[in-house]
Design a protein around this ligand. Structure first.
Ligand SMILES: [Zn+2]
Ligand SMILES: [Zn+2]
Length: 260
């Protein structure tokens, strides 16, 4: 796929492989703009992310690779940042060398809802309420205006606990806030590797985003080199079938559009 902005490195302690292996896989896939957006450091759940001390190494390694591969592919530098009140750090939010920040919600009230270890919690609360709380948090994330890209918009579906209420009704305010904040939505294939077995977001949500003219980008969300570009045909097809013809990449926190 031509643009692929969400990829991890082993610095986050739950990914494998070397930076150059990810890039070589992306070149094989004819990617023009390939971004690393590893989990940013945070003083919450520090096991699954780099430390603050490792930020410089991460950025230097990606920028060295950018130089090394510049004739074959354009490498971009980002972070995937947890939207978690009280735990977002200026060193990340104002990291000077980044091209973009992805804002993601992985925690609701401290509950790591996409971690199978804590799956039991889905049975303890009304599922509609869980979904509403999730999208309320996405809305706040957009309203914070701290981020460029919305990470995996409907991650809350990961284990297939689906709401009884209409999903568009649950998500509408969040989608409006994303539009208002001029953010980009990623089409992320990680869902194909999870019980839900489909992209984030669903076709229904993507159609609504298209109506609102919210721009899109593409994301392997690779945690191993062999995941780079996996299922990319699916999301390209999905985006085209909804009506999208262009996608976005960021340089220096500015949007650029390209046909896909
Ligand atoms: Zn991860
Ligand atoms: Zn994520």
């Amino acid at each position: 796929m031509i643009v692929d902005l969400h990829n991890h490195t082993k610095l986050c302690n739950h990914a494998e492989g070397e930076i150059n292996e990810y890039i070589e896989k992306a070149i094989e896939n004819n990617t023009k703009y390939f971004g690393f957006s590893d989990h940013a450091p945070m003083d919450f759940d520090p096991k699954y992310r780099m430390s603050f001390e490792q930020m410089a190494k991460y950025e230097n390694d990606v920028l060295d690779a950018k130089e090394k591969y510049k004739d074959q592919i354009e490498i971009l530098l980002g972070y995937e940042v947890d939207y978690l009140a009280g735990h977002m750090d200026e060193r990340v939010l104002h990291a000077e060398r980044v091209d973009y920040l992805i804002g993601s919600v992985h925690f609701l009230d401290g509950w790591g809802f996409d971690n199978p270890e804590f799956i039991g919690k889905y049975e303890e609360q009304n599922i509609d309420e869980i979904w509403q709380e999730y999208f309320n948090t996405i809305q706040k994330m957009a309203e914070s205006r701290l981020f460029d890209i919305v990470g995996h918009l409907d991650l809350i579906k990961v284990f297939k606990f689906m709401p009884n209420k209409n999903i568009i009704d649950i998500a509408q305010k969040a989608l409006n806030a994303i539009k208002e904040a001029d953010m980009t939505l990623e089409l992320n294939v990680a869902g194909y590797r999870k019980p839900i077995k489909e992209a984030y977001p669903s076709r229904t949500l993507l159609e609504e985003c298209f109506k609102l003219k919210i721009p899109i980008t593409f994301a392997s969300d690779a945690h191993k080199p062999e995941q780079v570009g996996l299922f990319n045909d699916n999301i390209i097809k999905l985006a085209k079938s909804v009506g999208y013809t262009q996608c976005v990449y960021y340089k220096n926190r500015k949007k650029n559009f390209i046909d896909f």
